[in-house]
Design a protein around this ligand. Structure first.
Ligand code: GLA
Length: 360
């Protein structure tokens, strides 16, 4: 009896590996399939990306709820969306691609209207990570050399994906050999109705945040932590995304929808609920918990239909939403924001978990 139970518990998550394609230089890239009794997640070591998450709706129908491609070629052809990727060394924006550290000024590639976005021209999303299969997941590792994209210090990053039942957990860690800055996140686009089901504007979102960081027109935070109270940014009690997404409210106009950092309630470094997304049609619910102090809620405003997914599905405007748990954008230039600095001897840890359920 005991033996059977142990075996059943062990059989809960299976991990398998398959070829996903080849880089232009011939390097082989793989895809790992993590399977529990309720979720199947596919992760590739190209950009340490989440390729697919298959989960049931309220009627028990299984569907893929993340935007992506079915082979490496799709990802290589798309340098714009960051589908599913771990972005780094610095997720989101650094103003003018410039920051000072220990009295020295560092210049990064300005790949987004004069600013640096998601780590520069060749960010972590475009690297082949080293993958190590674990009992219930896969661990991705990357060494980014001193001077990579202009950042100081050799940075060693690990992202461990672990599947437990209906929860996919991401444990990030990073170390350096020189003072540097680091902000790792995951850029998965979710569509709880399933890929190809249309836009996400009818999904409702709850964000555990009393404040957000308003920006200039280049989406660089002004430095102010602004209360959401009485604004279209107030998601504390749940809000249908489409309700205010086209409002003439300045932050929304500047971003073309939602594309902002919310300041999460609760202490940084401690796990707390960041967000909850519910799709009334399918009944699927995504809950995001994190130890990070912020979350970038982005409604896929820049998706323009130029990329197509499996079966020819068109990735059109607002057909996916991102919940990028993070330190605030442009922190290296904002001394009042929680620091993104990392020194030799320190390890930067963070954990984010995506949990999927369905409501009748
Ligand atoms: C982040 C940014 C957006 C956009 C996407 C990628 O979410 O905040 O402005 O650049 O990445 O398209």
């Amino acid at each position: 009896m005991l033996l059977t139970m142990t075996m059943a518990a062990e059989a809960k998550v299976t991990v398998s590996k398959a070829a996903f394609g080849k880089m232009p230089d011939g390097t082989a890239v793989d895809v790992y399939t993590l399977k529990s009794d309720s979720i199947e997640a596919k992760i590739t070591n190209y950009g340490a990306r989440i390729v697919a998450i298959r989960t049931a709706d309220k009627a028990g129908k299984v569907g893929d709820v993340v935007l992506g491609y079915d082979s490496l070629a799709g990802y290589l052809a798309d340098k714009k969306t960051y589908f599913g990727a771990v972005v780094g060394r610095y997720g989101n924006r650094i103003a003018k691609g410039e920051f000072k550290l220990d009295g020295k000024t560092y210049q990064l590639p300005q790949n987004n209207d004069g600013n640096t976005l998601h780590g520069g021209t060749v960010g972590f999303d475009q690297h082949v990570w080293t993958a190590k299969q674990t009992a219930d997941g896969v661990e991705m590792s990357l060494v980014s050399k001193d001077g990579d994209q202009g950042f100081p210090g050799t940075l060693t990053a690990h992202v461990k994906y672990t599947l437990t039942g209906n929860a996919l957990r991401l444990d990030y860690s990073a170390t350096t050999d020189k003072d540097t800055v680091v902000n790792l996140t995951n850029h998965t686009y979710f569509n709880l109705g399933g890929v190809g089901s249309g836009t996400i504007v009818d999904e409702d979102v709850t964000l555990n945040a009393d404040k957000f960081t308003p920006t200039d027109k280049g989406l660089i935070p002004t430095g102010v932590l602004q209360p959401v109270e009485g604004t279209p940014m107030d998601f504390r009690k749940g809000l249908v995304i489409g309700k205010h997404i086209n409002d003439k409210y300045e932050p929304i106009v500047l971003a073309g929808g939602y594309d902002h950092n919310w300041v999460l309630n609760g202490a940084a470094g401690v796990s707390k609920t960041a967000a909850r997304v519910h799709d009334p049609k399918s009944g699927r619910v995504l809950t995001v918990t994190t130890t990070e102090p912020g979350v970038q809620f982005y409604t896929g405003n820049f998706l323009d239909g130029s990329f197509k997914g499996p079966g020819g599905v068109v990735y059109a405007k607002r057909t996916g939403l991102c919940l990028e748990t993070q330190h605030y954008p442009d922190s290296p230039n904002k001394p009042s924001f929680p620091t993104t600095e990392l020194k030799p001897g320190q390890t930067r840890h963070s954990t984010t978990t995506f949990t999927f359920t369905a409501e009748k």
